[in-house]
Design a protein around this ligand. Sequence first.
Ligand code: RIB
Length: 311
Amino acid sequence: MKKILVIGSSNVDVSIRATSIPKAGETVKGLSVSLNAGGKGANQAVACSRLGGNTGFITVLGSEGSSSLLPMFHESGIDCRGIDVLDGKQTGTAYITVDNDGKNTIVVIPGTNYDCSADYIKSKDYLIQESDIIVLQLEIPEEAVDYAIKRSAELGKTVILNPAPAPASLNPDWLSKIDYLTPNETELEKISGMSVSSVQEAKIAAQSLISKGVKNVIATLGGGGALLVSSSCSEQFTPPDIKVVDTTAAGDTFNGAVVVYLAEGKDISEAIVFANAAATLSVSRKGAQESIPSREETEKFLASLAKEGAI
Ligand code: RIB
């Protein structure tokens, strides 16, 4: 089994449930508020580890993050040598509003995620060297992601970039170094500069990124599942049906699951079917890291879907 290294953010999520997400200038009454373990990097590291991957994680936490987030990383079996705690500093915080349909909006305050700099990653170079698959998102400084992508490509590692939150455009130097780019519809629209309001448009937008050097695009399309596009194929994978409770971390769960199957040497199509099942289970539960299923649960769910003829 190949070794996975996730490099990215950790956040304390302040999750508010409300019947609807307020529009600009509107005040709505909330239903509940809770504190959860989150952050795109941390969610993806937990997903990789919980779903059976040999996973390391590079991140930086503030004081309270060491008590509220670190235990989950240890519990999930993550290699924590890449994690530093900066006493007296504030851990990243995300303010999430979830509506009755499970949809969300998120505002992130970076906190110590912005201490996860290129120099910090350089100080953990041994972790990049000993890993095979490097997984990145965009909640740490862009110069840090730039360094990590270039260093990983130089060492011949497989690079996976989940371009979230989406920048206005992707650094053109990165494109030929990315093996798998995994945007959702909104992110795909932003980084391709093209409209993505149908599967056909998503395919055209993904192909535009392939023509610029990205090897594979896996676009997550919410209820439409996932679309895999490379220079030789384009295939949509529809997800199983489930009652959606909270979509927070569904994309992170999907990414983690794809990475684990790739680390096990499985085919990308098989990886996406597994990832759709894991992400479906995660949207049936509240929160970020606590919503991520185990390998056993995901395999049981897949087996039940196969029995019903649903996949
Ligand atoms: O992808 C979901 C995550 O985005 C949340 O856990 C929140 O922390 C934000 O980073």
